[in-house]
Design a protein around this ligand. Structure first.
Ligand code: KG4
Ligand code: ZN
Length: 333
Protein backbone atom coordinates (compact mmCIF):
# COMPACT_ATOMS: atom_id res chain seq x y z
CA UNK A 1 0.00 0.00 0.00
CA UNK A 2 1.22 3.53 -0.75
CA UNK A 3 -0.03 6.77 0.78
CA UNK A 4 1.14 9.96 -0.96
CA UNK A 5 0.56 13.50 0.31
CA UNK A 6 0.42 16.06 -2.54
CA UNK A 7 1.08 19.78 -2.12
CA UNK A 8 0.28 22.49 -4.70
CA UNK A 9 1.17 26.17 -4.22
CA UNK A 10 2.37 27.44 -7.61
CA UNK A 11 -0.01 30.39 -7.99
CA UNK A 12 -2.97 31.49 -5.89
CA UNK A 13 -4.45 28.19 -4.73
CA UNK A 14 -3.12 26.38 -1.67
CA UNK A 15 -4.03 22.74 -2.04
CA UNK A 16 -3.32 19.45 -0.27
CA UNK A 17 -4.37 15.98 -1.37
CA UNK A 18 -4.00 12.37 -0.27
CA UNK A 19 -3.61 9.54 -2.78
CA UNK A 20 -3.91 5.94 -1.55
CA UNK A 21 -2.77 3.28 -4.04
CA UNK A 22 -3.43 5.58 -6.99
CA UNK A 23 -6.87 6.71 -5.73
CA UNK A 24 -7.50 10.30 -4.62
CA UNK A 25 -9.25 10.24 -1.24
CA UNK A 26 -8.92 13.94 -0.33
CA UNK A 27 -8.39 17.11 -2.36
CA UNK A 28 -8.58 20.31 -0.30
CA UNK A 29 -8.32 23.63 -2.15
CA UNK A 30 -8.05 26.98 -0.34
CA UNK A 31 -8.75 29.79 -2.82
CA UNK A 32 -7.22 33.21 -2.28
CA UNK A 33 -9.84 35.91 -2.71
CA UNK A 34 -7.61 38.87 -1.75
CA UNK A 35 -6.35 39.26 -5.35
CA UNK A 36 -9.81 40.32 -6.57
CA UNK A 37 -9.11 43.73 -5.03
CA UNK A 38 -6.11 44.19 -7.34
CA UNK A 39 -7.44 42.74 -10.61
CA UNK A 40 -4.76 40.03 -10.73
CA UNK A 41 -2.52 37.84 -8.56
CA UNK A 42 -0.12 39.89 -6.40
CA UNK A 43 2.84 37.51 -5.90
CA UNK A 44 3.91 38.78 -2.46
CA UNK A 45 0.37 38.53 -1.10
CA UNK A 46 -0.02 35.06 -2.63
CA UNK A 47 3.00 33.69 -0.77
CA UNK A 48 1.83 35.19 2.52
CA UNK A 49 -1.61 33.62 2.18
CA UNK A 50 -0.02 30.27 1.25
CA UNK A 51 1.89 30.45 4.55
CA UNK A 52 -1.38 30.89 6.45
CA UNK A 53 -3.25 28.19 4.51
CA UNK A 54 -0.78 25.39 4.05
CA UNK A 55 -0.89 23.74 7.49
CA UNK A 56 -4.73 23.88 7.79
CA UNK A 57 -5.09 22.53 4.23
CA UNK A 58 -2.80 19.56 5.01
CA UNK A 59 -4.59 18.87 8.32
CA UNK A 60 -7.93 18.90 6.56
CA UNK A 61 -6.71 16.57 3.78
CA UNK A 62 -5.40 14.10 6.37
CA UNK A 63 -8.72 14.25 8.27
CA UNK A 64 -10.83 13.78 5.14
CA UNK A 65 -8.62 10.83 4.09
CA UNK A 66 -9.10 9.34 7.60
CA UNK A 67 -5.41 8.56 7.95
CA UNK A 68 -2.73 9.41 10.50
CA UNK A 69 0.24 11.42 9.26
CA UNK A 70 2.53 8.56 10.27
CA UNK A 71 0.92 6.45 7.52
CA UNK A 72 2.14 8.77 4.75
CA UNK A 73 4.84 7.11 2.62
CA UNK A 74 6.03 10.12 0.57
CA UNK A 75 5.30 13.80 0.03
CA UNK A 76 5.01 15.18 -3.51
CA UNK A 77 5.12 18.92 -4.20
CA UNK A 78 5.02 21.34 -7.14
CA UNK A 79 8.60 22.38 -7.91
CA UNK A 80 7.60 24.64 -10.81
CA UNK A 81 6.73 26.41 -13.01
CA UNK A 82 4.97 29.16 -11.07
CA UNK A 83 5.49 32.19 -8.83
CA UNK A 84 8.77 31.70 -6.97
CA UNK A 85 7.53 32.96 -3.59
CA UNK A 86 4.43 30.77 -3.80
CA UNK A 87 6.44 27.72 -4.85
CA UNK A 88 8.85 28.30 -1.95
CA UNK A 89 6.07 27.88 0.62
CA UNK A 90 5.01 24.46 -0.73
CA UNK A 91 8.60 23.34 -1.28
CA UNK A 92 9.71 24.30 2.25
CA UNK A 93 6.65 22.65 3.78
CA UNK A 94 7.22 19.43 1.80
CA UNK A 95 10.92 19.30 2.69
CA UNK A 96 10.22 19.86 6.39
CA UNK A 97 7.42 17.26 6.37
CA UNK A 98 9.64 14.69 4.64
CA UNK A 99 12.51 15.35 7.04
CA UNK A 100 10.36 15.25 10.18
CA UNK A 101 8.64 12.01 9.15
CA UNK A 102 11.69 10.44 7.53
CA UNK A 103 9.92 9.80 4.21
CA UNK A 104 10.95 10.46 0.58
CA UNK A 105 10.35 13.77 -1.18
CA UNK A 106 9.00 13.83 -4.76
CA UNK A 107 9.25 16.87 -7.05
CA UNK A 108 6.51 17.39 -9.62
CA UNK A 109 6.32 19.62 -12.70
CA UNK A 110 3.01 21.51 -12.53
CA UNK A 111 2.36 21.32 -16.30
CA UNK A 112 3.02 17.57 -16.39
CA UNK A 113 0.70 17.21 -13.41
CA UNK A 114 -2.14 18.98 -15.27
CA UNK A 115 -1.77 16.26 -17.93
CA UNK A 116 -1.50 13.44 -15.39
CA UNK A 117 -4.85 14.61 -13.93
CA UNK A 118 -6.26 12.31 -16.64
CA UNK A 119 -5.05 9.35 -14.59
CA UNK A 120 -7.09 10.23 -11.49
CA UNK A 121 -10.30 8.64 -12.75
CA UNK A 122 -11.52 6.32 -15.51
CA UNK A 123 -11.66 6.39 -18.48
CA UNK A 124 -7.94 7.01 -18.91
CA UNK A 125 -6.21 7.79 -22.22
CA UNK A 126 -3.72 5.31 -23.68
CA UNK A 127 -0.19 6.29 -24.70
CA UNK A 128 0.67 8.00 -26.97
CA UNK A 129 -1.99 10.70 -26.75
CA UNK A 130 -2.17 14.43 -27.38
CA UNK A 131 -2.99 16.92 -24.66
CA UNK A 132 -3.94 20.55 -25.19
CA UNK A 133 -2.80 22.13 -21.92
CA UNK A 134 -4.40 25.52 -21.45
CA UNK A 135 -3.88 27.50 -18.25
CA UNK A 136 -3.30 31.06 -17.05
CA UNK A 137 0.41 30.88 -17.87
CA UNK A 138 0.71 28.23 -20.59
CA UNK A 139 -0.82 27.03 -23.85
CA UNK A 140 0.80 23.86 -25.15
CA UNK A 141 0.07 20.89 -27.35
CA UNK A 142 1.90 17.99 -25.74
CA UNK A 143 2.62 14.58 -27.24
CA UNK A 144 2.38 12.30 -24.20
CA UNK A 145 4.38 9.11 -24.82
CA UNK A 146 4.46 7.89 -21.22
CA UNK A 147 3.79 9.23 -17.70
CA UNK A 148 6.97 11.30 -17.67
CA UNK A 149 7.95 11.16 -21.34
CA UNK A 150 6.26 14.20 -22.85
CA UNK A 151 7.17 16.41 -25.81
CA UNK A 152 5.82 19.92 -26.39
CA UNK A 153 4.96 20.02 -30.11
CA UNK A 154 3.29 23.45 -30.13
CA UNK A 155 3.02 26.39 -27.76
CA UNK A 156 2.05 30.03 -27.53
CA UNK A 157 4.47 32.64 -28.81
CA UNK A 158 3.01 35.33 -26.52
CA UNK A 159 -0.07 35.26 -24.23
CA UNK A 160 -1.57 32.06 -22.84
CA UNK A 161 -5.21 31.12 -23.57
CA UNK A 162 -6.17 31.80 -19.93
CA UNK A 163 -4.56 35.23 -20.20
CA UNK A 164 -6.60 35.89 -23.35
CA UNK A 165 -9.75 35.13 -21.33
CA UNK A 166 -8.63 37.17 -18.32
CA UNK A 167 -7.49 40.17 -20.39
CA UNK A 168 -10.73 40.13 -22.40
CA UNK A 169 -12.65 40.19 -19.13
CA UNK A 170 -10.56 43.14 -17.92
CA UNK A 171 -11.23 45.11 -21.14
CA UNK A 172 -14.95 44.38 -20.69
CA UNK A 173 -14.83 45.64 -17.09
CA UNK A 174 -15.46 42.21 -15.52
CA UNK A 175 -13.74 41.40 -12.19
CA UNK A 176 -10.74 39.07 -11.77
CA UNK A 177 -10.47 36.14 -12.44
CA UNK A 178 -12.34 36.80 -15.65
CA UNK A 179 -12.20 33.45 -17.49
CA UNK A 180 -15.15 31.84 -15.69
CA UNK A 181 -17.22 35.06 -16.08
CA UNK A 182 -16.61 35.23 -19.84
CA UNK A 183 -17.75 31.59 -19.94
CA UNK A 184 -20.92 32.46 -17.99
CA UNK A 185 -21.87 35.39 -20.26
CA UNK A 186 -20.95 33.40 -23.39
CA UNK A 187 -23.56 30.76 -22.54
CA UNK A 188 -26.27 33.41 -23.07
CA UNK A 189 -24.80 35.08 -26.17
CA UNK A 190 -24.56 34.68 -29.95
CA UNK A 191 -21.04 33.50 -30.95
CA UNK A 192 -21.54 34.68 -34.56
CA UNK A 193 -22.57 38.25 -33.74
CA UNK A 194 -19.05 39.79 -33.84
CA UNK A 195 -16.04 38.57 -35.85
CA UNK A 196 -12.57 38.61 -34.30
CA UNK A 197 -9.42 37.70 -36.28
CA UNK A 198 -7.76 34.27 -36.33
CA UNK A 199 -3.96 34.71 -36.33
CA UNK A 200 -2.01 32.97 -39.09
CA UNK A 201 0.81 31.32 -37.14
CA UNK A 202 3.05 28.62 -38.61
CA UNK A 203 3.36 25.05 -37.34
CA UNK A 204 1.48 24.06 -34.20
CA UNK A 205 2.15 27.30 -32.35
CA UNK A 206 -0.35 29.86 -31.06
CA UNK A 207 -0.58 33.62 -30.65
CA UNK A 208 -3.20 35.53 -28.66
CA UNK A 209 -1.74 39.03 -28.41
CA UNK A 210 -3.30 40.20 -31.73
CA UNK A 211 -6.73 39.06 -30.57
CA UNK A 212 -6.34 41.04 -27.34
CA UNK A 213 -5.48 44.20 -29.33
CA UNK A 214 -8.39 43.62 -31.72
CA UNK A 215 -10.81 43.38 -28.76
CA UNK A 216 -9.35 46.51 -27.17
CA UNK A 217 -9.83 48.61 -30.34
CA UNK A 218 -13.25 47.09 -31.06
CA UNK A 219 -14.51 48.02 -27.57
CA UNK A 220 -12.91 51.49 -27.71
CA UNK A 221 -14.58 52.31 -31.07
CA UNK A 222 -17.99 50.87 -30.16
CA UNK A 223 -18.10 52.61 -26.78
CA UNK A 224 -17.18 55.92 -28.47
CA UNK A 225 -20.32 55.53 -30.64
CA UNK A 226 -22.55 54.24 -27.82
CA UNK A 227 -21.49 54.55 -24.14
CA UNK A 228 -23.87 51.71 -23.19
CA UNK A 229 -22.50 49.32 -25.82
CA UNK A 230 -20.80 47.00 -23.31
CA UNK A 231 -23.79 46.57 -20.98
CA UNK A 232 -26.13 46.03 -23.95
CA UNK A 233 -23.93 43.47 -25.72
CA UNK A 234 -21.91 41.73 -22.98
CA UNK A 235 -23.24 38.22 -23.69
CA UNK A 236 -22.69 38.44 -27.46
CA UNK A 237 -19.19 39.92 -27.09
CA UNK A 238 -18.18 37.17 -24.63
CA UNK A 239 -19.68 34.45 -26.84
CA UNK A 240 -17.90 35.83 -29.95
CA UNK A 241 -14.50 36.16 -28.25
CA UNK A 242 -14.78 32.76 -26.58
CA UNK A 243 -15.71 31.12 -29.86
CA UNK A 244 -12.61 32.63 -31.54
CA UNK A 245 -10.28 31.51 -28.70
CA UNK A 246 -11.75 28.00 -29.00
CA UNK A 247 -11.39 27.86 -32.79
CA UNK A 248 -7.73 28.99 -32.52
CA UNK A 249 -7.07 26.20 -30.00
CA UNK A 250 -8.99 23.41 -31.70
CA UNK A 251 -7.78 24.11 -35.25
CA UNK A 252 -4.21 23.57 -34.05
CA UNK A 253 -5.15 20.51 -32.03
CA UNK A 254 -6.79 19.02 -35.15
CA UNK A 255 -3.65 19.77 -37.17
CA UNK A 256 -1.49 18.05 -34.52
CA UNK A 257 -3.76 14.99 -34.39
CA UNK A 258 -3.52 14.60 -38.18
CA UNK A 259 0.23 15.22 -38.21
CA UNK A 260 0.94 12.59 -35.52
CA UNK A 261 -1.86 10.19 -36.54
CA UNK A 262 -3.33 10.19 -33.03
CA UNK A 263 -6.96 9.56 -32.03
CA UNK A 264 -6.69 9.82 -28.22
CA UNK A 265 -6.97 13.55 -27.59
CA UNK A 266 -7.33 15.40 -24.30
CA UNK A 267 -7.48 18.82 -22.68
CA UNK A 268 -6.09 19.92 -19.32
CA UNK A 269 -5.41 23.07 -17.28
CA UNK A 270 -7.69 25.82 -15.96
CA UNK A 271 -9.16 26.78 -19.35
CA UNK A 272 -10.32 23.18 -19.89
CA UNK A 273 -13.01 24.07 -17.33
CA UNK A 274 -14.53 26.29 -20.07
CA UNK A 275 -17.92 24.92 -21.08
CA UNK A 276 -17.63 26.13 -24.68
CA UNK A 277 -14.26 24.39 -25.12
CA UNK A 278 -15.63 21.19 -23.58
CA UNK A 279 -18.64 21.20 -25.93
CA UNK A 280 -16.58 22.09 -29.01
CA UNK A 281 -13.93 19.41 -28.48
CA UNK A 282 -16.68 16.81 -28.05
CA UNK A 283 -18.27 18.00 -31.32
CA UNK A 284 -14.90 17.85 -33.10
CA UNK A 285 -14.40 14.32 -31.75
CA UNK A 286 -17.51 13.22 -33.65
CA UNK A 287 -16.22 14.47 -37.01
CA UNK A 288 -12.57 13.47 -36.44
CA UNK A 289 -13.23 10.08 -34.84
CA UNK A 290 -11.36 11.01 -31.64
CA UNK A 291 -11.61 9.53 -28.18
CA UNK A 292 -11.73 12.67 -26.05
CA UNK A 293 -10.62 12.86 -22.41
CA UNK A 294 -11.57 15.79 -20.20
CA UNK A 295 -10.74 15.78 -16.47
CA UNK A 296 -13.50 16.32 -13.94
CA UNK A 297 -14.06 20.04 -13.34
CA UNK A 298 -12.23 20.13 -9.95
CA UNK A 299 -9.14 18.53 -11.52
CA UNK A 300 -8.91 21.11 -14.35
CA UNK A 301 -8.00 24.21 -12.35
CA UNK A 302 -5.06 24.13 -9.94
CA UNK A 303 -5.33 21.33 -7.38
CA UNK A 304 -3.07 19.03 -5.35
CA UNK A 305 -4.79 15.81 -6.52
CA UNK A 306 -2.89 16.08 -9.80
CA UNK A 307 0.35 16.54 -7.82
CA UNK A 308 -0.44 13.52 -5.65
CA UNK A 309 -1.23 11.30 -8.66
CA UNK A 310 1.99 12.42 -10.43
CA UNK A 311 3.77 11.72 -7.13
CA UNK A 312 2.24 8.23 -7.02
CA UNK A 313 3.66 7.32 -10.45
CA UNK A 314 7.09 8.68 -9.45
CA UNK A 315 6.87 6.75 -6.16
CA UNK A 316 6.33 3.52 -8.13
CA UNK A 317 9.56 4.26 -10.04
CA UNK A 318 11.47 5.25 -6.88
CA UNK A 319 12.11 8.68 -8.41
CA UNK A 320 12.84 10.84 -5.35
CA UNK A 321 14.31 14.32 -4.81
CA UNK A 322 17.01 15.34 -2.34
CA UNK A 323 16.66 17.89 0.46
CA UNK A 324 18.71 20.32 -1.66
CA UNK A 325 15.95 20.61 -4.31
CA UNK A 326 14.96 24.24 -5.06
CA UNK A 327 11.78 25.56 -6.69
CA UNK A 328 11.95 26.79 -10.30
CA UNK A 329 9.80 29.65 -11.62
CA UNK A 330 10.44 28.39 -15.16
CA UNK A 331 10.77 24.65 -15.40
CA UNK A 332 11.23 22.59 -18.57
CA UNK A 333 9.66 19.11 -18.84
O1 KG4 B 1 -4.49 25.97 -14.42
P1 KG4 B 1 -4.98 27.18 -13.72
O2 KG4 B 1 -5.98 27.01 -12.60
O3 KG4 B 1 -3.79 28.01 -13.15
C1 KG4 B 1 -2.58 28.14 -13.83
O4 KG4 B 1 -1.73 27.21 -13.71
O5 KG4 B 1 -2.45 29.15 -14.56
O6 KG4 B 1 -5.60 28.15 -14.85
C2 KG4 B 1 -6.12 29.39 -14.53
C3 KG4 B 1 -6.71 30.02 -15.79
C4 KG4 B 1 -7.14 31.47 -15.59
O7 KG4 B 1 -6.66 32.24 -16.67
C5 KG4 B 1 -8.67 31.36 -15.59
O8 KG4 B 1 -9.32 32.54 -16.04
C6 KG4 B 1 -8.87 30.22 -16.55
O9 KG4 B 1 -7.87 29.29 -16.20
N1 KG4 B 1 -10.22 29.62 -16.39
C7 KG4 B 1 -11.17 29.69 -17.33
C8 KG4 B 1 -12.32 29.03 -16.81
N2 KG4 B 1 -12.01 28.58 -15.55
C9 KG4 B 1 -10.71 28.95 -15.32
N3 KG4 B 1 -11.16 30.24 -18.55
C10 KG4 B 1 -12.29 30.16 -19.30
N4 KG4 B 1 -13.42 29.57 -18.86
C11 KG4 B 1 -13.49 28.99 -17.64
N5 KG4 B 1 -14.61 28.40 -17.21
ZN1 ZN C 1 -2.16 25.28 -13.42
Amino acid sequence: MSVILGIESSCDETSASVCIDGKIVANIIANQTIHELYGGVVPELASRVHQQNIVPAVHQAINVAKIHKKQIDAVAFTRGPGLLGSLLVGTCFAKAFALANNIPLIEVNHMQAHILAHFIEDPKPTFPFLCLTVSGGHTQIVLVKDYFDMEIVGETLDDAAGEAFDKTAKILGLPYPGGPLVDKHAKLGDPNRFKFPEPQIADLNFSFSGLKTAILYFVRDKVAENPNFLEQNMDDICASVQSRIISILLNKLKKAALQYGIKDVSIAGGVSANSGLRNSINAMAQTEGWNVFIPKFEYCTDNAAMIAIAGYYKFLKGDFAGQDVAPMARMPF
